[in-house]
Design a protein around this ligand. Structure first.
Ligand SMILES: N=CN[C@@H](CCC(=O)O)C(=O)O
Ligand SMILES: [Zn+2]
Length: 411
């Protein structure tokens, strides 16, 4: 089945070759072909060109997209989309002046979600997660990472990873699963954190690896959560099972987690709202992608990741939603793009590169996703008639995505 899209106002992120990430100045380069056609065959991108050079043939299906833009679908490289219920009460607490840390200290936060998830049957959890996944796909997400971390017991962590596995079986977009058993110390280990880390390394990790249901390991490396030394122990243990790291670091404090993560060749370091010059230096000449989560900063009112400092230092940057019940009950990548531009002073070109190509790097999907490149998967988003691609982040909070294709099939 071959589908030809014609008269595309702008075919965005067209690249013949995408062997690595975009860093520094290269992030401001966004290749766009105006007045273009795009040919897909079954699940793949076959070819593209400009309308005056349209091949003189007929195809199974031909779709006119005059006035509309076509982009590679967003890649959301950091979510916690499998969770039970919500944490609306904490939203009210925060309005009344409590901070995220104060709420966690009085028994709210991650352990609150874990309590809820532990008693939620897997089928119910699946329904809630599938509903969220379908919503974000409609908003243009065409590849996603989902973490565990609201289980905090072996049984509940496996339940979460099993839900992610079922989502992967049910939906066509790539779904990467990350084991985040070290998201918070469960209350029963409150006075013996070492015993929980030992349990995680000696029991949980082997069980997760044996089932082959995780692609990465993650740790919330933060004051009052997991120390740098514990993070390194967990990363090293996961490496024995071939699980690379994607680490939560520098959300509230800079405690040295970035240097530790890059030392172990983490695929990404995520959050970075608080970033010292030492951290910045540690990121230089590494294979680790920094990932900003602007809608988390927006929702809990903390500083935004200093994108300019990162990009102007010649580094790459990806953006992701962090969709979760505590700090970001929203999985809309379009809103992240707007925040990246408005609050982090990224240009639309930088933000789009961060949400597509660099995000694909953060999920080891660069060979197959993140750009309009022949041979890659036809995961596309098609806008309404809009004046420019920059209109997407400019016109914040509005949906300008008319159609989404996953593996060549329209949703
Ligand atoms: N900070 C750690 N994890 C999540 C929040 C988890 C929660 O509060 O439920 C995050 O990335 O923001
Ligand atoms: Zn997160």
């Amino acid at each position: 089945m071959k589908t030809l899209f014609t008269h595309i106002k702008g075919l965005v992120q067209v690249r013949e070759e995408t062997s690595t990430w975009l860093a520094g100045e290269a992030m401001s380069q966004l290749p766009v072909l105006e007045n273009a056609w795009l040919l897909i065959e079954n699940d793949k991108i076959l070819d593209y060109g400009s309308m005056p050079n349209l091949p003189d043939k007929t195809w199974d299906e031909q779709i006119n997209l005059s006035g509309q833009f076509v982009l590679p679908a967003w890649v959301d490289s950091h979510t916690h989309l499998v969770y039970a219920g919500n944490r609306e009460q904490e939203f009210i607490d925060r309005i009344k002046g409590l901070t995220y840390e104060e709420i966690a200290a009085k028994g709210g936060g991650i352990v609150n979600s874990a309590k809820n998830l532990q008693t939620t049957p897997e089928d119910e959890l699946y329904i809630q997660a599938a509903n969220r996944l379908e919503q974000v796909m409609q908003m243009g997400t065409g590849a996603i990472e989902i973490k565990s971390g609201y289980g905090l017991t072996l049984e509940a962590e496996l339940k979460m990873l099993s839900v992610i596995k079922k989502l992967r079986q049910q939906y066509d977009l790539p779904i990467k699963a990350t084991f985040l058993g070290a998201h918070a110390v469960p209350p029963e280990y409150k006075n013996n954190q070492k015993a929980y880390v030992d349990h995680l390394i000696n029991e949980m990790l082997p069980a997760v690896a044996e089932q082959g249901i995780a692609d990465y390991v993650d740790v919330f490396c933060e004051k009052n959560y997991f120390s740098v030394a514990e993070t390194e122990r967990i990363i090293e243990a996961a490496q024995q099972y071939g699980l690379p790291a994607k680490i939560h670091v520098n959300q509230f404090y800079a405690i040295g987690g970035i240097a530790a993560s890059v030392k172990h060749n983490a695929r990404s370091v995520d959050h970075l709202e608080v970033l010292t010059d030492t951290d910045l230096k540690a990121l230089q000449h590494t294979q680790t992608m920094p990932v900003a989560l602007p809608s988390c900063s927006f929702f809990i009112d903390i500083p935004y990741t200093p994108a300019r400092k990162i990009i102007d230092a010649g580094l790459p940057l990806a953006i992701a939603t962090d969709y979760n019940p505590g700090t970001t009950p929203n999985g809309n990548m379009n809103f992240c793009l707007s925040l990246a531009c408005i609050k982090m002073k990224m240009t639309p070109e930088e933000a789009i590169n961060a949400a597509t190509l660099n995000a694909a790097y953060a999920l080891d999907l660069l060979d197959t996703h993140g750009s309009i490149t022949p041979g890659k998967q036809a995961n596309l988003l098609i806008t309404e008639k809009i004046p420019s691609y920059g209109f997407l982040p400019y016109s914040f909070g509005q949906n300008h995505i008319e159609q989404v294709y996953i593996n060549g099939k329209r949703l």
